[in-house]
Design a protein around this ligand. Structure first.
Ligand SMILES: Cc1cc2nc3c(=O)[nH]c(=O)nc-3n(C[C@H](O)[C@H](O)[C@H](O)COP(=O)(O)OP(=O)(O)OC[C@H]3O[C@@H](n4cnc5c(N)ncnc54)[C@H](O)[C@@H]3O)c2cc1C
Length: 458
């Protein structure tokens, strides 16, 4: 470490204690590499404050030293947004794990930015409530990361994305000033909603330290089934019919090749003895057993090929494994190119065909695995082995989504991975506003340079 580096390390140790300034290159490299192994950066050091005031102290030291800061939670983000590309300091928020009491009147709770999604959900359950967002990275993904990326996941069709769950946010600006709070007033019309500005901000505006979150009812009864179809058109039509059920919570799509991969990777058996082209995992949750009402709608689906209904908890977990193990099974093949695109659901089937055609043309020897949240027209496009064709493939898939009035990021964010394609779905005027917002919150461009707003904040 250089002299300037060790001076910085000493100053930060004065704020958080020497044990929470990590400088061992191997340890730092772990924080500088993402979950897929695809995004690798480098940092001077990792600093791990324990609370809001220590976060403020860290930011003041870094500002005075002119060092960039990359906020990081569970490091499960998939667009390289929490990886230090320009050196600087990784600010890990995982020690901010305070969880306040659940308020039974507002049904809200305050969670520190470093609380994992799994811990938050367990805390809500202890008060007979639930948290709406659920994603496969639940054991590591943090509240701060979920807010910063506006995470979606497995239950968006019923409860919305992270944005809908956030009542208030407390954050620290790059200059160390604290903004916002976590009172969670049910109503507040005092001008601009600064909390909402931080949802989806990807660590570029301020460091989130605590969040006031809305909770949802905890349902005791659930019905889970995997439905088989010949094509995506039929699966989308089935969701249209299933939406008649108020208890419908999840509608997840995957395909024959992905299921084969998961079964081989995990050593599990598929839901049917025959293989079908398209699978839709459905879950309904309610106070009373929704199996009957789900069964009635399923029976009425004209183009359904087969149904596997979970009869107990073990069977339900088996069905969910078929869908949730896709990401790790793909990763086991090699570091994938991951695109998280969305189109209006009525275009999902055509878009799926288009993505397959683009991949076959651009990277014929690559492995393409598609899965996602079909009720939102959201596909996770995973490609392993595209090599030099990756850029071209990315460009064509993102343009195809944009041309259909879709989005280049339905839930993972822009990060560094898609910053140069932002213009596909945000106009020049909108990008100008993004840059102005960035300058207003972080005039020196200290936080997460190169993420989301690709232009330097001048
Ligand atoms: C197996 C797997 C499945 C996944 N499934 C889904 C899914 O279904 N839906 C979905 O939306 N995502 C999914 N993800 C992506 C990921 O889990 C989410 O984006 C999650 O919200 C990231 O949380 P994190 O704490 O890991 O954030 P990180 O990866 O640490 O950071 C993500 C971004 O948030 C910023 N950030 C983190 N903490 C803070 C903070 N306190 N203040 C300011 N900025 C901060 C970072 O700078 C970075 O830009 C999945 C990931 C994996 C590995």
């Amino acid at each position: 470490m250089t002299r300037a580096g060790s001076e910085l390390s000493d100053l930060l140790a004065g704020v958080v204690g020497a044990g929470h300034v990590l400088t061992d290159p191997q340890v730092v490299a772990g924080y500088a590499t993402d979950w897929t192994g695809r995004f690798r950066g480098s940092a001077h050091l990792v600093v791990r404050p324990a609370d809001r005031d220590e976060v403020a102290g860290v930011l003041r030291v870094c500002r005075d030293a002119g060092v960039s800061v990359v906020p990081q939670g569970g490091n499960t983000g998939l667009v390289g947004g929490g990886i230090p590309y320009r050196g600087g300091v990784v600010l890990s928020l995982t020690r901010l794990t305070d969880l306040g009491p659940v308020d039974p009147v507002t049904r809200q709770v305050t969670a520190g930015a470093g609380v994992s999604l799994a811990a938050l959900t367990a805390h809500a359950a202890a008060s007979g409530l639930d948290f709406a967002i659920d994603i496969a990275s639940r054991d590591s993904a943090t509240v701060g990361g979920l807010v910063a990326t506006n995470a979606g996941g497995l239950r968006v069709l019923r409860w919305g994305s992270m944005r809908e769950q956030v009542a208030d946010v407390e954050a620290v600006l790059a200059n160390g000033q604290v903004v916002g709070g976590v009172t969670g007033l049910a109503k507040d019309s005092t001008g601009y909603d600064l909390s909402r500005a931080l949802v989806g901000s990807e660590g570029t505006l301020a460091v989130i330290t605590a969040v006031r979150l809305r909770l949802i009812p905890s349902f005791t009864e659930r019905a889970t089934a995997t439905l088989a179809f010949d094509n995506t058109t039929d699966a989308v039509a089935a969701i249209g019919a299933l939406r008649a059920l108020p208890s419908l919570t999840s509608a997840e799509v995957f395909y024959a090749d992905g299921l084969r991969l998961v079964c081989a990777h995990r050593g599990v058996t598929p839901p049917f003895s025959s293989e079908y082209p398209v699978y839709l995992l459905i879950e309904c949750t309610d106070d009373e057993d929704p199996t009957g009402e789900l069964g009635a709608v399923v029976e009425s689906l004209p183009r359904l090929r087969d149904t596997a209904l979970a009869v107990d908890g073990a069977a339900r977990r088996a069905l969910w494994t078929h869908r949730e193990a896709h990401a790790e099974a793909v990763n086991a093949l090699g570091a994938p190119l991951k695109l998280d695109v969305g189109v209006p659901p009525d275009q999902a089937a055509e878009f799926e065909r288009e993505v397959r055609a683009i991949t076959a043309e651009t990277a014929p020897s690559a492995t393409l695995v598609l899965f996602g949240h079909l009720a939102e027209g959201n596909f996770h496009v995973n490609v392993v082995g595209a090599g030099a064709a990756e850029d071209d493939l990315t460009d064509r898939v993102l343009r195809a989504a944009a041309a259909r009035g879709g989005t280049i990021s339905a839930e993972h964010g822009i990060g560094v991975a898609k910053a140069r394609w932002l213009g596909l779905t945000r106009s020049a005027a909108e990008r100008g506003l993004y840059a102005a917002v960035k300058r207003a919150w972080d005039p020196d461009g200290t936080l997460n340079p190169g993420v989301l707003v690709a232009e330097p904040a001048t």
